[in-house]
Design a protein around this ligand. Structure first.
Ligand code: SF4
Length: 323
């Protein structure tokens, strides 16, 4: 499989002034040198607790926020250097589906208008042809074409997310960045929307970057996964391997805290210990050491290097236990 997206040492810091009467500069290291690739047709998951930087990373690689460093390449083309028409063309290839479809839809804009607008911006279709395409897209995501004349408030959360997916598809993208796409939905609706995305992925040959805090969703949807902690990737590899036999103690904690379908195993699992530290003041050495039950003296001093996991294409881990 050939890579479509290559992210190398991507970095995003947020700098602000805090405190009174003498403000001091605070730097939040939201994304710190993360690297991964997504292959053609692959679903790649970014998983971690809230605040680990996964959504910031997704937005930075799309340049919805400008990254501070690193490289992003789409089929070899430099995304971060692109300007004007080149950037517009790249944006067409990579579309995002947001967590909250209601806030990403204009309540005063009809569904038809919301779907037709991107087609006009990218010169794909206009007038009756654009309306025909928009109706066909609604039907593809399981809604009637007549919904074109209705407004966002007339739909349920699941239906609005279907509309959000249809809008992403209007410009015929090759990669969908799905940022917690089902976490605001009821569990029964979550399954329907996930099934829809899986069908679209197969039918259209789409690649996915799937951002979620929910391991069960990642397990079901993704081929490979990267686990993020405090702005860094701490483990990466095939989803089946990482989620069944994680090497990093943080990934093990996430696995143990995620819902298990076997009722006899419920209630005896350890929960996630402690709180994620502030990305404005990360601990020295391994950023996970204050919460790690395996921490050694070396862990609070030295940042662990990246080590390949045993076996071909099994990914890698950043932990002194495996160095
Ligand atoms: Fe735990 Fe040390 Fe590994 Fe960090 S490097 S995860 S503190 S064992």
């Amino acid at each position: 499989m050939s890579p479509v997206l290559e992210v190398t040492n991507l970095r995003k810091h947020f700098v602000s002034k805090k405190g009174f009467p003498t403000p001091r500069t605070v730097t939040v290291r939201a994304v710190e040198d993360i690297s991964f690739t997504i292959n053609q047709g692959e679903a790649f998951g970014l998983v971690g607790e809230s605040g680990c930087g996964k959504s910031t990373a997704a937005r930075a690689l799309l340049r919805l926020i400008e990254p501070d460093g690193g490289s992003v390449r789409w089929k070899g083309e430099d995304v971060l250097a692109a300007r004007g028409p080149a950037l517009k063309a790249l944006r067409r290839r990579m579309q995002i589906v947001f967590q909250d479809p209601y806030s990403s839809l204009d309540p005063r804009q009809s569904i038809g208008s919301a779907l037709i607008e991107p087609m006009a911006v990218h010169g794909i279709a206009e007038g009756a042809e654009a309306r025909r395409r928009a109706g066909a897209l609604l039907e593809e995501v399981g809604l009637p074409a007549a919904a074109l004349d209705r407004f966002p408030h007339e739909f349920s959360g699941g239906q609005r997310q279907r509309i959000g997916i249809a809008r992403a598809l209007t410009v015929e993208p090759e990669l969908i960045v799905a940022d917690e796409p089902v976490s605001a939905l009821d569990v029964s609706v979550q399954a329907q929307v996930l099934l829809l995305m899986q069908e679209l992925r197969k039918r259209r040959g789409l690649s996915f970057l799937f951002v979620s805090h929910d391991l069960s969703v990642i397990r079901w949807f993704c081929d490979r996964v990267a686990v993020m902690y405090l702005g860094r990737i701490v483990e990466e590899g095939p989803a089946a391997r990482v989620l069944a036999n994680p090497l990093h103690p943080y990934a093990q904690m996430l696995r143990d805290a995620s819902p298990i379908p076997d009722p006899s195993r419920r209630g005896v699992l350890p929960r996630i210990i402690g709180e994620i530290p502030s990305a404005a003041n990360p601990p020295p050495g391994c950023p996970f050491h204050p919460r790690c039950i395996h921490a050694m003296p070396q862990c609070s001093r030295d940042m662990p290097a990246w080590t390949s996991a045993e076996g071909q294409n099994q990914g890698g881990v950043a932990c002194h236990l495996h160095g």
